[in-house]
Design a protein around this ligand. Structure first.
Ligand code: AMP
Ligand code: MG
Length: 417
């Protein structure tokens, strides 16, 4: 990555959005620690090796309905059929009889299909008179039957390495009778804010002070991704405090995230500390909001230094950090959903040469047509522009001004913001 090679102590190099992405992707690798855990404890974690099915699910051919199990050859295509009910197959209590021509079996949902039957007629579709049922024509051979292994066949991959264990995956593991599964250890992420102006909730604001909001949005985004978080509070712009905070964070977490202190003015200070503890690159990324960004390693932990502005923190987290953390956590990530929608905002000013993320709102009109509009003021300190948004309008590196009705790239939020 040539742009980082021209790193100088005073002026961080400028990288395009795509270059910064590629640089981070090249450096990270999945966490090495794998644990075999009780399946319930795997919820929210990532599968560490493919899980093969050791049984057929379901294990037997069985009925999908309450009704009567018959042999399709016993019912004429154009005339009604009369069959004798020879017994009942309950779920978990199979009927051991062979069903002979002219016979059928009462069967419950999940009941094993008795020998000699291949089709189930729903109970609503038969007339029962004593031990005889009358079936009208019009049924399909093989209907209402679940085949053995139709959900999972023996030997098939039931869950893939990198898949997240969600409620459906827990159910699949249980359906295979597995009590434990190998997953990557839950990531531990430490974070702190830097800035002498920052106060924590409960403190009184002095002249020029502000409350630290970044730790709370970071807490929210990290927690919703399922990571263990370690909130290390506000760290003053003081060399010793910063050094101690980085050292503690690296000793206790896989990932360190900071906000603030990576702009040109502050950077030298944090940089000095980090140069002695690891290898960290500082850049100006050609994007808006969120120009300054630092990434690298502090001892064994990966470090992401985000800008201080509250919107910039969320945008850089969402665009750079989230995917990287998921990859380190063992996830097989998929590209984000991108839509092309007409933009109804009057005019979006855009300078070619950087990627811009406008906070947007997708709406659907009465005819079901979607469009997108900017949420209004876009300053990187205007956090309610994030709160009002359900997507980013992504104006790519070479794009220029957007006029009303122009099609734009839109990235709907995926629920973590
Ligand atoms: P910096 O990147 O440290 O120069 O900060 C850029 C802007 O973001 C400044 O206006 C800071 O006051 C503000 N800022 C930095 N950190 C935080 C934070 N944790 N919460 C809210 N605002 C912050
Ligand atoms: Mg600062």
């Amino acid at each position: 990555m040539t742009n980082t090679d021209c790193f100088s102590a005073t002026t961080p190099p400028t990288m395009s959005f795509d270059q910064a992405h590629a640089f981070i992707s090249e450096q990270i690798q999945v966490i090495s620690c794998v644990n075999k855990v009780a399946i319930r404890s795997a919820l929210g974690l990532y599968i560490a090796e493919d899980v093969h099915s050791t049984i057929n699910v379901p294990s037997h051919i069985n009925s999908a309905m309450d009704g009567y199990a018959i042999n399709a050859k016993d019912i004429p295509v154009n005339a009604e059929a009369r069959l004798d009910v020879a017994g009942t197959s309950f779920a978990g209590k199979p009927l051991t009889l062979n069903i002979m021509p002219g016979q059928c079996a009462r069967i419950m949902t999940g009941g094993v299909m008795p020998a000699g039957t291949d089709t189930v007629i729903m109970q609503e579709d038969v007339q029962r008179s004593g031990d005889t049922v009358i079936i009208q024509p019009g049924h399909q051979p093989g209907q209402n039957v679940r085949l053995a292994g139709e959900d999972l066949a023996i030997g098939e991959i039931a869950l893939k390495k990198g898949q997240k264990v969600m409620p459906a995956e827990l159910g699949i593991l249980a359906s295979l009778g597995l009590s434990e599964v190998k997953v990557y250890r839950r990531l531990r992420v430490a974070f702190f804010s830097t800035g002498d102006e920052l106060r924590s909730i409960g403190d009184t604001l002095g002249d020029g002070d502000i409350y630290d909001s970044n730790r709370y949005s970071l807490y929210g985004m990290l927690t919703r991704l399922g990571f263990d978080v370690l909130d290390m509070g506000v760290v003053a712009d003081c060399k010793e405090d910063i050094e101690r905070a980085f050292s503690d964070a690296a000793d206790n977490a896989d990932i360190i995230i900071t906000s603030g202190g990576v702009s040109v003015g502050d950077a030298d200070f944090v940089k000095e500390t980090l140069n002695t503890m690891g290898e960290v690159k500082f850049w100006k990324v050609a994007m808006k909001p969120g120009r300054p960004l630092a990434f690298g390693k502090v001892k064994n932990a990966f470090f992401f230094g985000l800008p201080g502005n509250p919107v910039a923190v969320m945008v850089t987290f969402y665009q750079f950090v989230q995917k990287a953390l998921l990859t380190i956590a063992g996830a097989q990530t998929k590209p984000r959903l991108q839509l092309q929608l007409p933009c109804t905002s009057a005019f979006l000013r855009k300078t070619p040469g950087r990627t811009e993320f406008i906070r947007g709102q997708i709406t659907t009109d009465d005819t079901g047509r979607m469009s997108v509009a900017s949420t209004g003021k876009q300053g990187s300190g205007i956090l309610h522009s994030m709160s009002a948004a359900n997507c980013f309008i992504v104006l790519k590196h070479d794009d220029g001004i957007v006029n009303v009705g122009d099609m734009v790239h839109v990235e709907p939020f995926d629920g973590f913001i």
